[in-house]
Ligand binder design. Structure first.
Ligand SMILES: [Zn+2]
Length: 87
């Protein structure tokens, strides 16, 4: 029997880049897992704009945590809020 599990990415809220100090709209979701902290099917999600996709994914890859990079459109949203709010 296979022990394979279906990855379950965390839902994301506002689509803002996770890079420190960056306020750009995220275009990518970096799916990662730290085997010492997370169950195998768990996927933590970092959001990244085009500019930070490479640096953030390299950070995770160096630690062996990076599992996948997907367009934000494929991620579950924590809220079904109407975009464009937040005056
Ligand atoms: Zn960014």
């Amino acid at each position: 029997m296979s022990a394979e599990t279906t990855p379950r990415p965390d839902a994301v809220g506002d689509l803002v880049c996770s890079a420190k100090g960056c306020r750009e709209t995220a275009a990518w979701g970096l799916l990662w897992n730290n085997p010492r902290l997370h169950t195998p099917e768990r996927r933590k999600v970092w959001l990244a704009c085009d500019e930070h996709r490479t640096s953030l994914s390299e950070f995770l890859e160096l630690r062996g945590f990076l599992r996948d990079v997907v367009p934000v459109a494929e991620l579950d949203r924590a809220d079904e809020q109407v975009e464009g709010a937040g005056a």
